[in-house]
Write a protein that binds this ligand. Structure first.
Ligand SMILES: Cc1cc2nc3c(=O)[nH]c(=O)nc-3n(C[C@H](O)[C@H](O)[C@H](O)COP(=O)(O)O)c2cc1C
Length: 229
């Protein structure tokens, strides 16, 4: 990923494993280290350690009201809140949206949980994806069209063609669809995947340790390449 010295990175981790054993945390940390070595703008958010509150009925009500106006500038939304609960929801949401908009690149560490993404990450996605938040109210274009997104994914098993679980990966396709819908362009969206991370632990995966090591080595190399461009 080519980037200039003035770019900023929002690094978000979502593994419930807060230790260095977490594969996604190891990989995102090495990306961030390389980035920070040359960049001066960096923000970190850990949605597992500090969960983003689930959206509430007031969030949904405010969102529906805003949608009826079309796409609104963010600074016009607070005035549409009709209750204290709606004001609180917006106060929780706006800084998270601004954090994304301020970033030139998003780095997301995402384990597979039950074929999909962790609930902690989904809570963040639901909240920041407020109606119109990433659309330019004047042009209708996505405000994320130039944003680079690096998805660092890990999963305990294997999901490639020919495996029993092929077709059960709702992690990578979901995230690709989500960021695509927000207007992130395909060329700016990179995925790095480490598979079979539990090969050393789960008896059913015994014998797959070499494949797991190869997958991790490939993921490490891909992260290094993306971080330094
Ligand atoms: C709650 C939970 C659900 C999981 N579900 C799956 C799953 O559906 N498929 C899978 O291959 N691995 C699953 N795993 C294993 C993780 O994807 C794997 O351990 C991965 O390395 C976790 O990322 P981390 O190392 O960054 O914590 C699950 C782990 C946890 C804790």
């Amino acid at each position: 990923m080519r980037h200039s010295v003035t770019e900023s990175l929002l690094h978000l981790d979502s593994s419930a494993d807060l230790t260095r054993d977490s594969v996604t945390r190891q990989l995102t940390a090495s990306f961030a280290d390389a980035w920070r070595g040359r960049e001066n703008r960096y923000r970190y958010r850990d949605v597992a350690a500090e969960p983003v509150p689930l959206v509430t009925p007031a969030y949904a009500t405010l969102g529906r009201r805003v949608e009826r106006h079309g796409v609104l500038p963010l600074d016009k939304i607070a005035a549409l809140a009709e209750t204290g609960a709606e004001e609180r929801e917006w106060a929780l949401t706006l800084p998270l949206i601004e954090e994304v908009l301020a970033a030139d690149a998003l780095l997301l560490g995402v384990p597979m949980y039950n074929f999909s993404v962790p609930a902690s990450l989904k809570a963040w996605i639901d909240r920041v994806s407020f109606p119109g938040a990433f659309t330019d109210p004047d042009t209708g274009e996505s405000l994320l069209r130039d944003t680079k997104v690096v998805l660092v994914l890990a999963r305990g098993g294997g999901y490639g063609p020919g495996t029993p679980r092929h077709g059960c990966d709702f992690q990578t396709p979901y995230l690709r669809a989500h960021f695509g819908k927000l207007g992130v362009s395909e060329v700016n969206l990179s995925t790095v995947e480490a598979e079979l991370t539990r090969a050393g632990d789960i008896p059913a995966l015994a014998g797959l340790e070499d494949l797991a090591a190869e997958s991790l080595a490939n993921a490490r190399a891909a992260v290094a390449e993306l971080a330094t461009g």
